[in-house]
Design a protein around this ligand. Structure first.
Ligand SMILES: NC(=O)c1ccc[n+]([C@@H]2O[C@H](COP(=O)([O-])OP(=O)(O)OC[C@H]3O[C@@H](n4cnc5c(N)ncnc54)[C@H](O)[C@@H]3O)[C@@H](O)[C@H]2O)c1
Length: 420
């Protein structure tokens, strides 16, 4: 008889995990609080970029069931929690979904089963928040009657080169037995599972990874601004530095940081450092400050670019290309293109957009921007084209050649003067 796993939260993280577990022969329940998500999945429709409808259909053929009913946990040998961890009031971590998912697990916990938290969160969440909930509700003892680990998710939507199978998986268990059981579970479908000494180490490793990206993006964004002032081509600088085979990692400037991880996760760390130790995690706060200024910087550069064409931003049409937070996916969460559009509108520009992945685009205040379908016509209409996300379907040199004026935030433009 195959073993049973319930994966709580069937989003960008939980659904690809469910796919790999199904492939490895697990009986998988995809538990989700959203009726719409459950209905779509059971109808064979994918709602995340990395899986196609055919992938979901194949999962169903192999026994996958999406459900809103947590009673599936009663039969599950493993429960993995992959629910959102957004920011709440005043930028504080919002663990509402983690707490409610943990309650669902606690209410249905099977003796001897394993519970793994994958959601990104601050150190201490598994032991100080999840375990007390699980123990209080189930009446069982963690580490003895059931096992608990934290294992951070490392998915990178839109980049198929590294998926769940070939990305090493970190595991931090509450005790040795928990670590062992978790390693055993993930080893059925992940090539390399790396046990760490404890739960908090695994929680913090994830935050270090994301903070590392956040800080290095901020560094290169600041370098881009300084280089522009000094009339130095930052993209050539990066191209040169990146030839060093050791001690340097290539990061590139852009319109800001977006997505579900980089703009949010380091806050979980800095919030907890301030709360527990009473002082700021300065690198994180500085990186935040720098990265948050980038959308306005792009607006300034757009105005500068129009000025060099003797045009005022207030009487210009600006076409934004690519409004998602990274290339070749539809995910718009925390995309810096929103504050860019808002900044341009504030200065009186007529803003239109094109994105092959996005049909409707709302700004923070709910305003909708006009989407253009015909790129050639839009190029004729636009006084300035701003490339925000270089989806691979965009032929950047051709777009640049046909635009009245071009500003590229992605480093693809052939003209140094057109790049931020
Ligand atoms: N998206 C990424 O690239 C990525 C990468 C690494 C880590 N993470 C982390 O993984 C976690 C999940 O992120 P995601 O991108 O998959 O989120 P998501 O929004 O794509 O999906 C989460 C799903 O959980 C469901 N859900 C919410 N509360 C629930 C509950 N109480 N019970 C059952 N289902 C519930 C939602 O309906 C949704 O379908 C977050 O902590 C995130 O920071 C995300």
């Amino acid at each position: 008889m195959s073993k049973v796993v319930t994966i709580v939260g069937q989003g960008y993280v939980g659904l690809p995990l469910a796919q790999e577990a199904v492939r490895a022969g697990w009986k998988v329940f995809g538990l989700d609080a959203s009726e719409l998500v459950v209905a779509k999945l059971n109808a064979g429709e994918s709602h995340v970029d990395d899986l196609t409808d055919d992938d979901v259909k194949e999962m169903i053929e192999n026994g996958y069931v999406a459900t809103k009913d947590p009673s599936c946990i009663r039969d599950s040998d493993v429960s993995v929690i992959c629910v959102p961890t957004p920011l709440g009031v005043a930028g504080a971590p919002d663990l509402g979904a983690v707490e409610s998912a943990t309650r669902s697990v606690g209410e249905n916990l099977k003796q001897g089963s394993l519970v793994v938290l994958e959601s990104t969160t601050y150190p201490g969440t598994t032991e100080d928040i999840c375990i007390p909930i699980l123990e209080a509700i189930s009446g069982k003892r963690a580490g003895r009657d059931f096992y608990v680990s934290f294992s951070p998710e490392r998915v990178n939507p839109g980049f198929p080169e590294y998926g769940i199978k070939n990305t090493p998986k970190l595991v931090g268990g509450l005790n040795e037995a928990s670590t062992e059981k978790t390693v055993e579970f993930y080893s059925t479908f992940v090539d390399e599972v790396v046990p760490l000494s404890g739960v908090k180490e695994a929680e913090t490793a994830k935050l270090l990874e994301n903070t590392f990206r956040h800080v290095n993006i901020a560094l290169v964004n600041e370098m881009a601004r300084v280089c522009h002032e000094l009339d130095i081509d930052i993209w050539e600088v990066i191209r040169g530095a990146a030839t060093k085979p050791f001690g340097f990692m290539r990061f590139t400037p852009g319109a800001g940081v977006g997505g579900h991880c980089i703009p949010i996760d380091p806050n979980y760390l800095s919030y907890e450092v301030r709360r527990r130790l009473g002082y700021p995690l300065r690198f994180v706060e500085l990186a935040q400050e720098i990265n948050n200024t980038m959308p306005e910087y792009v607006v300034d550069r757009a105005a500068e670019r129009l000025n060099s064409e003797q045009k005022a931003i207030s009487s210009s049409t600006v076409l934004l290309l690519g409004v998602t937070y990274k290339p070749n996916i539809a995910d718009q969460r925390e995309s810096p293109s929103r504050p860019v559009a808002t900044g341009l509108l504030k200065r009186g520009a007529n803003v239109i957009f094109h994105d092959p992945f996005v049909s409707n685009w709302d700004l923070e205040n709910g305003d909708k921007l006009d989407r253009v379908d015909n790129l050639d016509e839009a190029l004729q209409k636009a006084d300035l084209v701003v490339m925000l996300q270089a989806h691979s379907s965009y032929d950047v040199p051709a777009l640049e050649a046909n635009a009245k004026a071009f500003l590229d935030t992605t480093g693809r433009s052939l003209e140094a003067a057109n790049r931020i």
